[in-house]
Design a protein around this ligand. Structure first.
Ligand SMILES: Cc1cc2nc3c(=O)[nH]c(=O)nc-3n(C[C@H](O)[C@H](O)[C@H](O)COP(=O)(O)OP(=O)(O)OC[C@H]3O[C@@H](n4cnc5c(N)ncnc54)[C@H](O)[C@@H]3O)c2cc1C
Length: 392
């Protein structure tokens, strides 16, 4: 089995990557987030642009077009994306997780068949573990894959699948053996296969910019070459994908929370902006209320996520608990560190990997969405109040 690379970046390289991702988030996600949620628009064009930037294969190896970045960079990227649109960022994270599973456990034929298309995000991937009767207890899944000559025939229903109906490939966990985790195998199911269909869009309170549906497998016949890893290894593969996937989703939640907090503090400044001390005090109270009177809610969450990413990236895969996999003796492989240099992200014109880390000029901002960032440069204190009141 081949492992992903985890190259080390310089601080300048990391800054340049995050700068490019923030610009993408500011220009392609944030301005449209409300409209996409309201009208349930899954932004295929924005996803393709994310692919052009290298966000379709953040931790994938370079031979298939991946960006070869490690977990620490990935979580910072997802936090920055979620600052623009949490739902889209979360889908990009799920797509990356499924692609990573193919990169890590797939044969060369599977890797070359799927990954070059997935890194562009022209083609998308979905992860199918949950079922109507198997959520937290995923090892109880019922979908069956029965060997029939050179094929497997898959039958069952997968629930709450992100990207269902849009993805080109579904990484489906199905039962090939007895009850329990060891009886589960993973398959790459092509969206074009007969017998595959999708349920209605789930009704959600948010996250409407990414489709969530059932994936229904009614006698879907896949060739034996669609088996990912070995028979009986599917639960281990699913859990090792979630090791990183959960950290990425945590990063998305932090990005969304940071956006909400930034907005709240700005509102408090503008609404009650009489005197620096009053503003600071009100901002602190709002922050504390939002986070259960515990100081440092978001920074604390970020520090925990960072610790988890460091451990997971360095091969300590128990950073995220996957108790069942461990209980069942499924060993999660260490990632090998490779001396290979990463291709990094394809930075847009004007952004360079460079010494010194000075911020480059921002892209034009016709919709004014950079106001949040510009806020810090506005006049403060009494000068700000005077500016708001205008000339007397
Ligand atoms: C928007 C969205 C997108 C999703 N996308 C995907 C996807 O792409 N692919 C995929 O495979 N799945 C996906 N899921 C499914 C998600 O992973 C499951 O919802 C999750 O695993 C929980 O399963 P469940 O909803 O059946 O909840 P349940 O397992 O029924 O849990 C309900 C509650 O009971 C608690 N609970 C469960 N068991 C115990 C126990 N033994 N002791 C104490 N408390 C317990 C849980 O903590 C939880 O609070 C998605 C879900 C959502 C909402």
């Amino acid at each position: 089995m081949l492992m992903s690379t985890t190259p080390l970046l310089t601080a300048d390289e990391r800054d340049a990557i995050l700068e490019a991702v923030r610009d993408f988030s500011d220009t392609e996600l944030a301005p449209f987030a409300i409209e996409r949620d309201e009208h349930k628009i899954f932004p295929r064009d924005a996803l393709r642009k994310a692919g052009e930037l290298g966000l379709g294969g953040i931790s994938l190896r370079e031979d298939v077009g991946g960006s070869g970045l490690g977990r620490s960079e990935a979580v910072q990227i997802f936090e920055a994306l979620a600052h623009g649109d949490t739902a889209v960022a979360a889908y990009i994270s799920i797509h990356n997780m499924a692609a990573w599973m193919i990169d890590t456990y797939g044969t060369e034929a599977q890797r070359t068949a799927w990954l070059p298309r997935l890194v562009t995000m022209g083609d998308l991937a979905s992860y199918c573990l949950t079922e109507p009767g198997a959520g937290s207890d995923a090892a109880a899944l019922q979908t069956r894959a029965v060997r029939d000559g050179d094929d497997y025939v898959l039958t069952g229903v997968k629930q709450f699948i992100s990207g269902a109906g849009e993805a080109s490939v579904y990484v489906v966990m199905a039962r090939t053996g007895d009850a329990g985790a060891r009886g589960i195998s993973a398959f790459l199911v092509d969206a074009a296969l007969p017998g595959l269909s999708f349920g209605q869009l789930e009704r959600k309170m948010g996250w409407n910019a990414q489709p969530t549906r059932q994936v229904i497998l009614d006698g879907v016949r896949v060739p034996a070459s669609a088996l990912l890893g070995a028979e009986g290894q599917g639960f281990k593969i699913a859990m090792s994908g979630l090791d990183g996937g959960r950290l990425n989703i945590a990063a998305c939640s932090i990005g969304g929370a940071q956006w909400a907090l930034d907005r709240t503090v700005r509102y408090v400044h503008e609404r009650f902006g009489v005197g620096r001390a009053a503003r600071r005090e009100r901002g602190r109270r709002v922050r504390d209320r939002r986070h259960g009177d515990r100081p440092g809610g978001i920074p604390r969450a970020r520090a925990r996520r960072r610790r988890g990413a460091r451990r997971e990236g360095s091969g300590c895969h128990d950073a995220v608990r996957h108790g069942q996999a461990i209980r069942d003796g499924c060993r999660i492989p260490r990632r090998e560190r490779s001396p290979a240099t990463a291709r990094r992200l394809r930075l847009p014109a004007g952004l360079r990997y460079r010494e010194g880390g000075a911020r480059p000029a921002r892209a034009p901002d016709p919709r004014g969405h950079q106001r949040d960032h510009a806020h810090d440069r506005r006049p403060r204190g009494a000068a700000r109040v005077r500016a708001c009141l205008g000339p007397r």
